[in-house]
Ligand binder design. Structure first.
Ligand SMILES: Cc1cc2nc3c(=O)[nH]c(=O)nc-3n(C[C@H](O)[C@H](O)[C@H](O)COP(=O)(O)O)c2cc1C
Length: 186
């Protein structure tokens, strides 16, 4: 797929078919992720793949409780609260796969490195006909000791980017973009 087509065509996918994603395809996404640049080429990323639906639903529920219990009271949280308390809502949208990118090393740029790997992964997924969504709602829970236990990762690792993956039910409509603010200063 042409790079520009991939960049402009990728969307956050929130409805998935039940079709499983095979292991080779998951490997291909991770191979794309690790081509990302990283500070001093540290490559701090690690990938935890969850495919068991009951486990995905359990993490999703625990993450919902965690977000609701720790949400500061403000206008935006009212919107999130009503979404998270909707009985039909699941943070992972019943996607068949979670690829949680975590930093397995310390350093000042581990979050940036993980995010760059995540974008590569999401673009490669789109080019392969797969959908993805970064599920920020899961992040704070995955960073607790309980969350890390559920992922089976060491306490020192830092979950940075939980990306759900699966086959989209339908192509989502494009999310609007603002005009970029550009200042030419020299
Ligand atoms: C850091 C981050 C966290 C996100 N968290 C969520 C989330 O928890 N749930 C969700 O449905 N989408 C989440 N998204 C997806 C954004 O809502 C989506 O990228 C944005 O609305 C733009 O739409 P597009 O990706 O289709 O262009 C997240 C995206 C990023 C980059």
């Amino acid at each position: 797929m042409d790079l520009n087509v991939a960049i402009t065509g990728r969307r956050a996918v929130r409805e998935y078919t039940a079709q499983a994603v095979d292991e080779l395809s998951i490997h291909a996404l991770i191979d794309a992720a690790v081509q990302a640049p990283s500070a001093v080429n540290q490559q701090p990323w690690t990938f935890t793949v969850v495919r068991e639906q009951s486990m995905l639903d359990q993490i999703s529920r625990e993450a919902e409780f965690h977000v609701l219990a720790n949400m500061p009271p403000n206008l935006q949280s009212d919107h999130f609260r009503s979404r998270l308390t909707d009985p039909g809502f699941l943070i992972f949208y019943h996607a068949p796969v979670l690829i949680s990118i975590s930093a397995g090393a310390q350093g000042p740029w581990i979050v940036e490195d993980g995010a760059l790997a995540a974008e590569n992964l999401m673009l490669a997924a789109h080019a392969a006909g797969l959908g993805t969504c970064w599920t920020g709602f899961a992040q704070s829970f995955l960073n607790t000791s309980n969350g890390k236990n559920m992922l089976g990762i060491p306490p020192a690792w830092v979950p940075v980017a939980p990306i759900i993956v699966g086959y989209p039910k339908a192509p989502p409509p494009p999310a609007p973009r603002n005009e970029p603010q550009i200042r030419w200063v020299g």
